[in-house]
Design a protein around this ligand. Structure first.
Ligand code: UD1
Ligand code: CA
Length: 454
């Protein structure tokens, strides 16, 4: 039995990205919070076991640092065009690859399924290359696909060197190909320098024809896949297209969007069925939202887990964990390490950081809780502050269950308040409070025991 053919992937990322007018390499610009190159790397995952080869040049070290061990790297210096870029990967790939897929790192919305189709088509093809094309209303900025009278692909003509007639062609080159490797390495040697001083990879299509080969083309129907990022305008267009794609998927899955046009869901976010996402809401990073939860309007939630049947209104949540049946906001801020357990209510203008609020805690208004552990069903009065920072260290506040913290209490940490205790309004609590005791004043002193109800 013959062994199955080996596919290798080259991702071109060495171009300067001049049209971005940026200090940052083009492929590190963020799309929905993720560097462009990350999208290309994810799209080729699963095509082959060989890690992709990324061709870097301009800003190469930062690109290498960002991508890390997910790829192999070759440096193209100077950058003499896309054909020259592929040639820099030849010595690495010649010994291993039967087929070479070339993609551009500035085409972030290509779907993995499309690349699979490209590979399958070329593996079954007698000719040396299969390429991706699409028809566009406005093909500006792309190479045009020139076809024969019989409809077969003849050449790709770059905009910079195209005739008026060629410019009016609406079929564009996506810049993504699958080649027979041995043929590709030979063909690249025959690419001539363009009037602009570059070696265009696109010229190998005409070379195939001249050598009597047929070129296969797959025409894509989904316009969103065709977007190439050359300018900040393109980057904004890609944001819109990606947003539409992601929101569509969640609506299909069973999530309600009041206004998809103003709802920004990151590519790694997960949302449970029957949740409702209000306008002007941003869900980012590794955020997970449960089922039947209502988020927004006006929320920014990053790297946070929110449970089932919660309500979050006009609030900012970062690196927090929220269990089921919690209500938050308006205007609440959860920061890293905040954990709101079952049924907690956190009202307006509160901030919680590195703290656990146990089930049933109520924290209605104007409070800061930092480095604290608050017991079951405890009530935090309006304006309560944990004075957790003494200028050097962050100190802990531990409050037991069923405690009543009066309005405007300053809790000077480190501090322990036993269960069933109470503090009077305006107290400054500097010493531990035993269970069941009432303290008040500045500094707070014991007043009397809470009366037993039975
Ligand atoms: C390229 C294609 C064009 C196609 C379009 C699709 C060529 C000559 N043209 O044009 O037909 O319609 O993409 O988006 O291929 N790069 C290098 N080294 C270089 C030059 C470029 O690595 O020396 C990389 C860039 O970083 C980029 C990619 O190759 O990721 C494409 O380069 P770019 O300059 O954006 O080509 P386009 O003009 O968009
Ligand atoms: Ca481009």
């Amino acid at each position: 039995m013959s062994k199955s053919p080996v596919i290798s992937v080259v991702i071109l990322a060495a171009g300067q990205g001049t049209r971005m007018h940026s200090n940052l390499p083009k492929v590190l610009h963020l799309l929905s919070g993720k560097p462009l190159i990350q999208y290309s790397l994810e799209a080729v995952q699963g095509l082959t076991e060989n890690p992709p080869v990324v061709v870097i040049g301009h800003g190469g070290d930062v690109v290498r640092q960002t991508v890390g061990s997910a790829a192999r790297f070759v440096v193209q210096q100077p950058q003499l065009g896309t054909a020259h870029a592929v040639m820099t990967a030849e010595s690495l790939l010649k010994p291993e690859a039967d087929f070479v897929i070339v993609t551009y790192a500035d085409m972030p919305l290509i779907r993995p399924e499309t690349l699979h189709q490209l590979a399958e088509t070329q593996l079954a093809n007698d000719g040396p290359v299969t390429m991706l094309t699409a028809y566009a209303e406005d093909p500006h900025g792309f190479g045009r696909v020139v076809r024969d009278v019989d409809g077969s692909v003849q050449a790709i003509v770059e905009e910079a060197v195209a005739t008026q007639e060629q410019l009016s062609i609406h079929e564009l080159n996506l810049g993504i190909y699958c080649f027979k490797a041995a043929w590709l390495w030979d063909a690249l040697k025959n690419v001539k320098v363009s009037p602009k001083g570059e070696y265009y990879l696109t010229d190998v299509i005409a070379i195939a024809r001249i050598n009597g080969h047929k070129v296969k083309a797959i025409i894509l129907n989904d316009f969103s896949e065709t977007i190439g990022i050359n300018t900040r305008e393109h980057l904004a267009e890609a944001e819109t297209l990606l947003r539409k794609r992601i929101n569509h998927q969640w609506m299909e899955f069973g999530v309600t969007f009041i206004d998809p046009a103003t709802t920004y869901i990151g590519p790694s976010v997960r949302i449970g069925r029957d949740s409702i996402i209000g306008p002007n809401t941003h869900l980012r990073g590794a955020t997970i939202i449960g089922e039947e939860t209502s988020i927004g309007p006006n929320c920014i939630i990053e790297d946070t887990v929110v449970g089932n049947r919660c309500t979050v209104l006009a609030s900012v949540l970062e690196k927090a964990v929220v269990d089921d049946n919690v209500s938050i906001g308006p205007f609440a801020h959860l920061r890293k390490g905040a954990h709101l357990m079952q049924g907690v209510h956190m009202g307006n203008f509160g901030e919680v950081k590195d703290s656990t609020l146990h089930p049933g805690v109520k924290m209605g208004h104007f409070s800061y809780i930092g480095n604290a552990d608050i017991g079951d069903n405890t009530n935090i009065g309006a304006g309560t502050i944990t004075c957790n920072f003494d200028g050097v260290n962050k100190n802990l506040t531990v409050i037991g269950a069923n405690v009543f913290i009066g309005s405007d209490t300053m809790l000077v940490a480190p501090l322990n308040i036993g269960e069933n205790a109470r503090t009077g309004a305006g107290s400054v609590v500097t010493h531990d409070v035993p269970p069941g005791e009432v303290v008040l004043g500045v500094p707070a002193r014991p007043h009397r025991k809470v009366e037993k109800s039975d």
